[in-house]
Design a protein around this ligand. Structure first.
Ligand SMILES: [Zn+2]
Length: 105
């Protein structure tokens, strides 16, 4: 388990979790129960947290989140190998690893 990021927005935390899971990275949101009940707990400690279950996926997790935060314009594309659909910012199929260039068309 590794803490990936904190965010004051539970919606953002849930979005990150969804993006990571869609990319095949196991993630979960913690601290959701403290939202709105911070009290005297420092905000930094009470903010929702996004954790990754496997520390080794941290680099991939950030790549996925950065790609999601800066989506490339373009249509969704379908993997030629396995048929999975992806948003334009993903350069390769998250399911089978097929690069987008070879999948396009
Ligand atoms: Zn594929």
């Amino acid at each position: 388990m590794k803490l990936l990021l904190r965010t004051p927005s539970l919606v953002h935390a849930a979005h990150c979790e969804n993006v990571l899971r869609a990319a095949g990275i196991q993630a979960e949101v913690r601290n959701t129960w403290l939202a709105g009940a911070a009290g005297d707990i420092p905000l930094q400690e009470s903010a929702p947290q996004v954790w990754i279950l496997d520390d080794a996926t941290e680099a991939d997790a950030w790549a996925v989140l950065n790609a999601a935060a800066n989506p490339r314009p373009g249509p969704h594309w379908q993997c030629r190998h396995c048929g999975e659909w992806h948003e334009a910012q993903f350069a390769a199929c998250w399911r089978c690893g097929q690069p987008q260039e070879q999948a396009a068309g």
